[in-house]
Design a binder for this molecule. Structure first.
Ligand code: FAD
Ligand code: NAP
Length: 257
């Protein structure tokens, strides 16, 4: 296979700005592009000298959508995102044809409650998982926790709150519990402490009205690497195990950097 065969050049069709440092974009989708909800793509941007900078990006869109959607931070002076943020509708982004990643519900066996714990753009893979009918069918309770610094950074609120009236998922809406966490300002309806603190002091379970239990709970964690480490540590101290390829457990994790 030649180098060119490893990726396709896709076109930006839509850009949504959520906050000064946060936006989403849609790309055309190569018809052969396959992925499992929760997986990530490798995206490339051609630099001024002709070389390509590649970065991992969790896929927000559903496996059945005709487009690919991604949710991005803008890192000041970041090699990739400072260029990405300059692009407009009609510009090209390269997408590797391979799909990647193990943050999928296939990592688990026999769970009843699916807990998805995210910070920042770590929300992305969970949107894709929530767009999948199987997720709603397979679990009795589906919990999404989404932690950001400031309320203006809570992206995808319309989509998240819209699941209850959704054409297909609405019938399962009683299963869904959403808890926003805003850590650097007060915001109505949101908790204000970091996820591991909320686990330790019991506030998370109390606010969601559901108990964690290794026999039922399957936990996905995505976002800030320190959050992933601290949250994993809380769970492993409480009899949960990390899923391995050879041995399914209770936890599936992904660091964004
Ligand atoms: C499996 C995987 C999935 C990813 N999915 C996404 C995604 O869906 N959306 C996304 O924006 N990024 C995602 N990332 C991060 C992404 O690959 C890049 O790091 C990011 O686009 C910044 O690139 P950069 O070259 O501008 O800065 P980099 O040089 O890559 O990063 C510079 C610094 O910026 C900070 N940083 C990087 N990414 C983030 C982030 N997402 N949120 C907050 N701070 C960050 C870190 O402090 C990092 O050290 C993912 C990374 C991995 C490994
Ligand atoms: N978001 C902004 O306003 C802003 C502004 C300028 C630059 N940046 C840059 O953007 C990047 C950060 O983006 P971000 O705000 O999406 O990511 P972030 O710093 O990871 O914060 C997102 C959420 O994760 C929480 N968090 C951080 N560390 C945690 C841990 N160890 N355990 C549990 N929760 C934890 C944060 O809580 P805490 O609030 O308690 O940290 C916040 O609620 C950095 O590179 C930063 O320099 C961001």
């Amino acid at each position: 296979m030649s180098k060119e065969d490893k990726y396709t050049a896709e076109t930006i069709t839509e850009i949504t700005t959520w906050a000064p440092n946060l936006f989403s974009f849609k790309l055309t989708r190569y018809s052969g592009y396959r992925f499992v909800p929760g997986q990530f793509s490798r995206l490339g941007i051609k630099k001024e000298d002709g070389s390509i900078v590649w970065r991992a990006y969790s896929i927000v869109s559903a496996s059945y959508d005709e487009f690919l959607e991604y949710f991005s931070i803008v890192v000041p002076d970041g090699e990739f995102t400072s260029r990405l943020a300059q692009l407009e509708v009609g510009d090209k982004v390269l997408v590797e044809k391979m799909n990647y990643g193990l943050l999928t519900t296939a990592r688990f066996e026999e769970g009843k409650d699916l807990w998805m714990l995210s910070t920042g753009t770590g929300l992305a893979p969970f949107m894709s998982i929530l767009y999948e009918l199987e997720t709603w069918e397979n679990y009795e309770n589906i919990i999404l926790v989404y932690s950001v610094r400031e309320a203006q950074e809570l992206a995808y609120m319309e989509a998240i709150q819209g699941f209850k009236d959704h054409e297909y998922f609405g019938a399962f809406a009683h299963k869904f519990k959403f808890l926003p966490v805003v850590t650097r300002e007060k915001f109505d309806g949101a908790l204000d402490k970091r996820i591991p603190v909320l686990l330790e002091n019991g506030e998370l379970e109390k606010n969601l009205g559901i108990n964690l239990d290794p026999n039922r709970s399957r936990i996905m964690i995505c976002g800030n690497p320190q959050m992933v480490d601290d949250t994993r540590a809380w769970f492993t101290d409480h009899d949960y195990t990390v899923s391995r390829r050879s041995k399914p457990g209770h936890l599936a994790l992904e660091n964004l950097w």
